[in-house]
Design a protein around this ligand. Sequence first.
Ligand SMILES: *[C@@H]1O[C@H](CO)[C@@H](O)[C@H](O)[C@H]1NC(C)=O
Ligand SMILES: *[C@@H]1O[C@H](CO)[C@@H](O)[C@H](O)[C@H]1NC(C)=O
Ligand SMILES: *[C@@H]1O[C@H](CO)[C@@H](O)[C@H](O)[C@H]1NC(C)=O
Ligand SMILES: *[C@@H]1O[C@H](CO)[C@@H](O)[C@H](O)[C@H]1NC(C)=O
Length: 806
Amino acid sequence: MARGIRVTVGSLLTALLVAKCGVAQKKFVTDPASYVVPFIGTTAGGHVFPGATIPHGMVKVGMDTDSSQPQAGYDADPYYNVIGFSQLHDSGTGGGLPMMNFKIFPVLECSSFQQCGVTIESRKIGRKLLADGSPDDFASPGYFASNLTNGIHVDLTSTRRTALHRYTFPAGTAQPRIIVDITNDGARSAIEPFMKIDPESTTVTGGAMYGASFGPGHYKAYTCVTFKGDGFNLGKPTEYGAWLNNNPIIKSTELSQFFFGGNDQGGALLTFNPAPGGGPTSILVRVGVSLISTDQACQNAAEEIPTFDFEKVHTASRAQWNDLLGRIQVDPTGVPEETVKLFYSSLYRTHISPADYTGENPKWESDEPYFDSLYCNWDTYRTLYPLMSLHDGATFANIVRGMIDIQRHEGWLPECRGITVQHYIQGGSNGDPILGEFLVKFAEQAEELGVDVDDLYTALVADAEHEPANWNLQGRQANAWKQYNYVPIDHVFSGGANTRQVSRTVEYAFSDFAISQVAKVLGKDYDAKKYAKRAGNFVNVWNANMSIPGVTAFSGMMQPRYMNGSFSFTDPRHCSVHDPIGASCYLDATNYDGFYEGSPITYSQYAPQDTAKLIQLQGGAEKFVERLDWIFDQNYFDATNEPSQQIPYMYHYANKPGTSTQRSRQIIAQSFTIATNGLPGNDDSGAMGSYAAFYLLGLYPLPATRQILLSSPYFSTVSFYNPVFKTTTTIKTKGFSGNPSDGKGGNVFVKSVTVDGKPYKSNCYLEWDIFEKGSTVELTLTDNINTTCGTGPGALPPSLSTGGYN
Ligand SMILES: *[C@@H]1O[C@H](CO)[C@@H](O)[C@H](O)[C@H]1NC(C)=O
Ligand SMILES: *[C@@H]1O[C@H](CO)[C@@H](O)[C@H](O)[C@H]1NC(C)=O
Ligand SMILES: *[C@@H]1O[C@H](CO)[C@@H](O)[C@H](O)[C@H]1NC(C)=O
Ligand SMILES: *[C@@H]1O[C@H](CO)[C@@H](O)[C@H](O)[C@H]1NC(C)=O
């Protein structure tokens, strides 16, 4: 069985890196975890996981409810009942209900063991309500609690692969009972479940094969559950037995005696003596999880939580969060507390996924780290990894190492993946810009961080050059891309769905840009030129003659194209809120329109590597601005999906950064709050969280480059401590006077920039060197929106066609 060795990069770094002098970081916020609101996005389709996890923990222990689409288990609407407290979740995803394996559930009363209602339908129960009508649930980093209507209080915390639950039964409870549920994952998909109760050691072990959320195939998961009295000796269970549906069989120890049909439910039920003295009874339940075996699940539990010390586990988890979140400091003076909460909550959600599954990969043996819940790279490559570059390069390096190891064993980098199963590809091969982001930012530290640079490059080239047997699950339509320099709409290639050809084309171009950036850093000049050329291929799906029905002010659109070079037609409004036929543009194999989760209008703005070229295609800066304004004013900007995320910042390239500042602030004002419905759409594994965090910091990243677009932060001062460089960079504002609540106007526009006291070449972007060496950036603010990037040759942010990135 594979059993990886966990390399602690932190200690390696301490040993290898000579401490560099950096500016000491001023701590404005010492307990950033206290500003995190985990419930943001837990109603209205946000699908956020609010339970307990360490940063990037494999175990994410939380409440599951019976709402119709509980992708992360929980629903903040108290109308829904609680059906269990399970160990594995994703956060912010779509797809089928992922994971939610091994639900634990407390039972207050049954007339007899045999009469206990143990199925989901029989056991489900409501939550107490608070005065404002919300459920009596509490969550903070590393901790979740709830009061059920029957008076049972639930507490949850966790380590990387083990959950610790505490069920406190009310005083006078005669027979506290606990259910262990083996079959009910989110999708109720268990195949060949097995379970064993050892009454001597009071241990329940079990597992099954379960269905994946967004791809074909299954994964196996195993658990090891043990019990302890909190403050008293729990002893052995007074009753125990396996159950099939609502039939607990006393003293039975295995599920295997039952015949399992497709919809059957099964697990264990245990009865304990109450705590002596008649007061409340608290039972600790330690749940180890493994994807390898029940033995390993037991070992994980014993190693990670040897003494069942709830406060110790919780304190250690919160300390990890505070260390991580505290690396980005914001001065809360002069802003509402809600803004600070919005920032730290957004940063927090950047670190829930991907999850560290090191040592739990059943597919091959390796000493490399293994991260999963890459769900999906399509969502996260734009903002999540660039945010990690600023303050968590060591974890980023481990994720990159895990991705390279997947390529070594499966042939291509992962694009979308959940709990070891390949998931469906949404567009391009977006592992490429993630690896590019890492190498362009950390080339000098890559080796110290354990990243094999040659293998990283080999992995990128595999995506770019080799077509997989099935591009629905990995790689690209590489042959079509190389033959036509776009993905034609009419050629029926075999090997995957012939859909999303335009969005694939623009994403392949961006991925090849990332590869060219890496090639350049590695001194591979021929490849750098070759891939930079391919990065320009987005122009091949630009139809200059296409305009929006009824709009004469501008023309030119990304459009589907035939093999013979002539264009097909997709209404530019397709997939937008104004789509006359109300089409969807998801993974549907009948989607012949060429686009994925974005309209042609949105994709016509997507070429972050060469915005100058887009401006040229769109008829110059003035027309470009006119089009951007039209997109916002006519409600074509779609905050719910990632392809739109850069659009508010694109005015920078037309030398109107003030407008970017205002547009981006309006998006925050309209679409992001700290309420349970405070997200536009799904959080997408932290994609929306990292996006909001960047906007609040007054920055927007260009992945796989050494430039970051600059606006003004929502705070008078923000600072970044980067443990890889051991440096701190501070961005200070002169003239800060708060933020307009609707995002309009205010003394928020950047008039001039100095770096370490010297006038800087641009008001519109910062070079990565600034963050590398640790600098003080000072922004002078004005209330005049008509600011510019500056007048010198380096004032505008770079674009490929105007000689940028060289
Ligand atoms: C649950 O009830 C207890 C006792 O009344 C209270 O202290 C606690 O704040 C309540 N809420 C949660 C989520 O624990
Ligand atoms: C656009 O229209 C012009 C004039 O009708 C024509 O010459 C040109 O070839 C067309 N371009 C494309 C890309 O269809
Ligand atoms: C190109 O191919 C498409 C689809 O087969 C066809 O409709 C169109 O007429 C062709 N154009 C030319 C110029 O041959
Ligand atoms: C900014 O420019 C616009 C358009 O030229 C103009 O109407 C507006 O008055 C200017 N604003 C200020 C504060 O100068």
